[in-house]
Write a protein that binds this ligand. Structure first.
Ligand code: BDR
Ligand code: CA
Length: 313
């Protein structure tokens, strides 16, 4: 099968870095047309740098990396240095990237790519706040129907939130952008906290990264070690959730996941529940399903896939 063409929209973030590496280690499954950075976990000047660092780590300085929106549509940026460290990629010492940032804005790259490629052949993979995607939709409504699918990490249902009691970080940071994307009518696949909180690192899983004996394996293990300290304390679990690579894993091995088609609506009014993904899991409204909302994951299968693909880099 020909690899699926994707654009990764991201705010790296150690778990975003795992997602990018998983994609770059899977060329027979996904063809990364470009990476678009957005402000989220850390400000944009870090996220675009981090995206380039990860490409170089993977030996793929040829990947096009663009900088996008530096703040949410209507709100002040909320960041997550308390989870990811000051740079967003804290943990191992990383060398500064030498590959250039592409000229032009990430939003224009998304628009131009969707207009250039045959309709229905490009999938967007947002791993951060949805600001770049929503801005593209506002600027060029014609591209919306040309998207094959959006497969995103964000939201939560039974699992609640991770930045407020009910809101997940990516949706909370830019709820207005998320609202635009969830209402756009594009086929959506959502990887919420309900899934990603089951994709936990463990001593054995991190040891498997290290046992690859490669630079990528070492860096991955050191990222996991750093990333874990916050979540272990917060959740009392053995490890930390690797949220974002679930998106890429679904593209490669969808059978690792289970979910249902439901309606998901984003809260944009109430300050108390801002950014909640109101998910009609039980079908108690007449709102039409707009997303395949995942709920289950074969975590061992997921980590086996991730480790194998990291091992190729
Ligand atoms: C999401 O927020 C970020 O901290 C992670 O990179 C992930 O995309 C999890 O809520
Ligand atoms: Ca992210």
């Amino acid at each position: 099968m020909t690899p699926r063409k994707i654009i990764i929209d991201t705010d790296p973030g150690q778990d975003d870095a795992f997602a990018i590496l998983l994609a770059l280690g899977s060329p027979e499954d996904v063809d990364v047309l470009g990476i678009t950075a957005v402000a989220g976990n850390v400000p944009l000047n870090w996220t675009e740098r981090n995206a380039r660092i990860v490409c170089e780590l993977a030996g793929r300085a040829d990947i096009k990396v663009y900088a996008g929106c530096d703040r949410p549509l209507k709100r002040k940026l909320v960041t997550a240095e308390h989870v990811h460290g000051k740079t967003g990629l804290d943990g191992p010492v990383m060398v500064e990237p030498t590959m250039a940032l592409q000229p032009g804005h990430a939003v224009d790259f998304i628009i131009d790519t969707l207009r250039r490629e045959p309709a229905g052949t490009v999938t967007l993979c947002p791993l951060g706040p949805l600001t770049n995607i929503a801005t593209a939709f506002q600027k060029a409504p014609d591209v919306v129907e040309r998207i094959q699918q959006i497969v995103l990490m964000g939201g939560g249902c039974f699992e609640g939130g991770n930045i407020t009691p009910v809101a997940e970080f990516n949706i909370f940071v830019d709820p207005e952008a998320a609202d635009i994307v969830f209402r756009a009518g594009v086929p959506l696949v959502v990887m919420p906290l309900d899934v990603t909180h089951k994709a936990l690192t463990t001593k054995a899983r991190v040891a498997a990264f290290r046992a690859l004996g490669t630079n990528v394996g070492r860096v991955a293990a050191e990222w996991a070690d750093f990333f874990e300290r916050f979540d272990k304390e917060k959740y009392g679990s053995e490890g930390a959730p690797l949220h974002d690579p679930c998106v890429i894993a679904w593209l490669i091995r969808p059978e690792l996941f289970t979910g249902r088609r439901v309606n998901v609506t984003v809260e944009v009014q109430s300050e108390l529940t801002m950014g909640q993904t109101v998910t009609d899991w039980w079908g108690v409204t007449d709102r039409a399903p707009n997303a395949l909302f995942m709920g289950g994951i074969d975590a061992d299968g997921f980590f086996a896939l991730l480790t194998e693909r990291l091992g190729r880099l």
